[in-house]
Design a protein around this ligand. Structure first.
Ligand SMILES: *[C@@H]1O[C@H](CO)[C@@H](O)[C@H](O)[C@H]1NC(C)=O
Ligand SMILES: *[C@@H]1O[C@H](CO)[C@@H](O)[C@H](O)[C@H]1NC(C)=O
Length: 317
């Protein structure tokens, strides 16, 4: 009996210790997975964690990635790919590269994926068992489907709210920016099962806004004046709209795909880690506090959390 009690005590102690470990703050947005696989398998492994293969968007990202794998000497897969073999590499989730760090310029036959050798890149074969490498994953915050959301810290949930909600904003008392999205019921919605989708996104930075509605983008100032220097950069092609803005050391990139009614967010920079709020959470590395309401209360229920971020003053059709 005593022996059983001791075993039980040790077991519950072990459970407590592991819970504590899981709520430790990460020091980096990158998760190093020290397991040698092909690029194709590395990408799938990150996706299975609701993450993406790391997309290096700046020198600061690069330094953080190298630090995440434990410093110099390591080689690891990153999320860049040359889809059609023309040696023009893109982020694996879409979009042109904003930063490059090639060691040797990509060459024909070298391969359509990218391996990072301690900060310097080379193209390599994507699905060849002679090229097996560890890899790093990063969160893939997004709103897609009806809406399934993934927070900055990587917590997935679904929320069928209607009308405008705050996706994320600078959570200081004088927010420098705010991103809101409008959800409306899909055609296949029933009264019992409301399924919604994202139809518009409003990005406001200071006094400027850009609103994506379908594939149209309207920009302007909240006070109606026209200013020359636009803080929100808009890039459009036939399938996607990309909005980019910078606040403090952080570049936010929002990529909207109308066909999927999906919005992906990428960040590069650290000043806002832990200082964001909204449906996409606070970006502090801890998924357990992602459901924080505007009043600071942490809740468990996705619907209660989601409704708390409804933009009260905005009317919907
Ligand atoms: C990768 O290679 C394996 C084995 O040859 C093959 O079964 C798989 O379909 C390939 N995957 C891709 C995405 O090419
Ligand atoms: C976009 O959002 C900002 C900030 O919430 C708001 O002031 C502005 O009125 C919105 N624009 C439109 C056209 O709804």
């Amino acid at each position: 009996m005593l022996r059983l009690l001791i075993i039980l005590t040790i077991a519950s102690f072990a459970v407590a210790a592991s819970t504590e470990r899981s709520i430790e703050k990460r020091s980096s947005k990158y998760e190093f997975v020290n397991e040698a696989v092909t690029w194709v398998d590395a990408k799938a492994a990150c996706e299975a964690k609701n993450k993406k293969l790391a997309e290096i968007r700046s020198q600061a990202d690069e330094d953080e990635a190298v630090a995440a794998v434990g410093g110099g000497g390591a080689a690891f897969w990153i999320g860049l790919v040359d889809l059609d073999g023309d040696l023009i590499f893109e982020y694996a989730t879409g979009g042109s590269l904003t930063f490059t760090s090639w060691n040797t310029a990509p060459f024909q036959g070298g391969g359509q994926c990218v391996v990072d050798f301690s900060g310097l890149w080379r193209n390599s074969l994507c699905n060849d068992t002679r090229m097996m490498m560890p890899f790093i994953c990063e969160p893939d915050p997004q709103v897609t489907g009806d809406p399934h959301l993934t927070t900055f810290d990587g917590r997935p949930f679904s929320f069928q709210g209607i009308c405008w909600h705050t996706l994320f904003k600078d959570c200081s008392t004088n927010p420098a920016f705010e991103v809101t999205a409008e959800f409306e019921p899909r055609e296949d919605s029933t009264l019992e099962h409301v399924r919604t989708r994202t139809v518009s996104v409003n990005v406001t930075v200071g006094d400027d806004f850009a609103i994506i509605n379908g594939l149209d983008v309207v920009t302007g100032t909240t006070d109606g004046h026209v200013t020359a220097a636009r803080p929100i950069h808009v890039q459009e092609d036939d399938k996607t709209v990309t909005l980019t803005f910078i606040s403090k050391d952080t570049t936010f990139t929002l990529s909207w795909t109308l066909k999927k009614h999906s919005l992906r967010v990428s960040t590069s920079g650290s000043d806002y880690r832990g200082h964001l709020c909204g449906l996409l959470g606070n970006d502090d590395g801890d998924t357990l506090n992602d459901f924080t309401k505007p009043d600071g209360a942490v809740v468990h229920d996705a619907a209660e959390f989601g409704e708390s971020w409804r933009v009260e003053w905005k009317k919907c059709d």
